[in-house]
Design a protein around this ligand. Structure first.
Ligand code: CTP
Length: 398
């Protein structure tokens, strides 16, 4: 809840400005007060009247509006909020913020404020990828500005890629997390993610097809609800989320050690596709072709991290969630796996090639718990993550 919180919402001039109207509604529903500020370009996309009507407050527009200065100076305006939110944060606004320009009301407020700032970027994918935006983004992060999104997807301009503004509810969650008022604030949660690489020799390794997308989405969703997340990841294809503690590992053994160091936690989500075996004695030199025939690899079993943590006598997390990647008899195998590993919940999914789930953008999961098997409809991995994060939040609260 955001009761008694005041948000200064700066609306930049981009097509995503229409989502800011919904954002205002969602914030008001949660009890927040919203002071809206529009850039001149924003007024091309949404009207000050609709913004003011939804916020129930005057929409500020002009630095040189003397009435505003008489009512509330821009310095005071910039500091009266608990959080400044820039949505959409256009490439132009990000450039001004990174460069320290203050030539209109929005940029002046952003320069004058001593309040934390959260940006929800929105722009064309090429603009997002442009070296200037990359530089500005890095600079702003170094300056302590927080970010939510952008998301990847179809864009209003017809292109596809990162640059789409986060959905209003994602921004609300990031606002709650920034204000320490998310339902998981104060909870420490471990997430393992990605594949592991088990070396054969210095240049070869055994791996699997996990992209790390589902584990990454879960870490992001938990953090958005305010959790302090320790994210232990193997060599994944997708970038790690912001605002989580990232521990990078390569092998199952390293992942196991990193998990031990992360304990104690309130909950552990074991989404990593950990290799069950490693090469017993990986060569420290590259294996060469020889006349004597093919090399023989001896395997040793890796530690089962989930099972070990789920069966801890001392310091077991209150909630332990495992994953079961199955190709047949999904519920039966996953139910047996839950029993064997001793975890509270198993998120089972069918990873047979025809489903396109392993390495894909969607997931169709079945949650197995004491209450039986709960089948979730096929949805994006981000949506699965959000639903799971809320369920974890309910379980830890209960
Ligand atoms: N897991 C783990 N450590 C391992 C192997 C698996 O922590 N060494 C975890 C995974 O992160 C996942 C769960 O255990 O949460 C299930 O992994 P999976 O590979 O599907 O199951 P297996 O134990 O390998 O069982 P099987 O080979 O019978 O499918």
């Amino acid at each position: 809840m955001l009761a008694s919180k005041r948000i200064l919402l700066i609306i930049g001039g981009g097509i995503a400005a229409y989502k800011s109207l919904d954002l205002i509604r969602r914030l008001k529903e949660r009890g927040a007060a919203v002071t809206p500020v529009l850039t001149r370009a924003a007024e091309e996309f949404v009207t000050p009247l609709s913004v003011a009507a939804l916020a129930g407050e005057k929409a500020y527009r002009d630095l040189f509006d003397l009435t505003d200065e008489a009512e509330m100076g821009h310095i005071q305006l910039s500091r009266s909020a608990d959080l400044v939110v820039v949505a959409p944060a256009t490439a132009d606004l990000m450039g001004k913020m990174a460069g320290g320009l203050a030539n209109d009301l929005a940029s002046t407020l952003l320069m004058a404020t001593d309040t934390p700032v959260l940006c929800a970027p929105a722009m064309n994918v090429r603009m997002w990828d442009h070296p200037a935006t990359r530089r500005n983004f890095e600079q702003l992060q170094a300056d302590g500005i927080r970010f939510v999104g952008p998301n990847e997807g179809d864009m209003a301009c017809g292109e596809y890629g990162p640059g789409r503004m986060s959905e209003p509810l994602e921004i609300v969650a990031a606002i709650e997390a920034s204000l320490g008022s998310g339902p998981l604030s104060g909870k420490r949660i471990l997430v393992t993610s990605g594949p592991t690489h088990e070396p054969i020799d210095p240049v070869r390794y055994i791996a699997n097809r996990s992209s790390g997308a589902q584990g990454t989405a879960i870490a992001r969703a938990l953090s958005a609800l305010g959790a302090e997340v320790v994210f232990v990841t193997g060599p994944a294809e997708v970038p790690a989320p912001d605002r989580v503690e990232v521990v990078r590992v390569e092998t199952a053994q390293q992942m196991s050690d990193a998990v031990d160091s992360a304990l104690p936690v309130d909950a552990g989500v074991f989404a990593a596709a950990v290799a069950d075996w490693r090469v017993a004695s990986a060569s420290d030199r590259k294996l060469k072709k020889t006349r004597d025939g093919l090399p023989a690899l001896d395997f040793a079993e890796n530690p089962d991290i989930l099972k070990r943590v789920a069966k801890l006598d001392d310091g077991r997390p209150a909630l332990v969630v495992g994953f079961a990647a199955e190709t047949d008899n999904v519920i039966e195998h996953a139910t047996a796996k839950r029993e064997r590993k001793g975890c509270d919940w198993i998120i089972a999914n069918d990873v047979s090639p025809a489903t396109g789930i392993m390495g894909g953008a969607e997931n169709a999961v079945i949650l197995i718990s004491d209450d039986g098997a709960e089948e979730w409809p096929r949805m994006g991995k981000d949506a699965v993550a959000e639903r799971l994060a809320h369920k974890i939040s309910d379980a830890l609260a209960g």
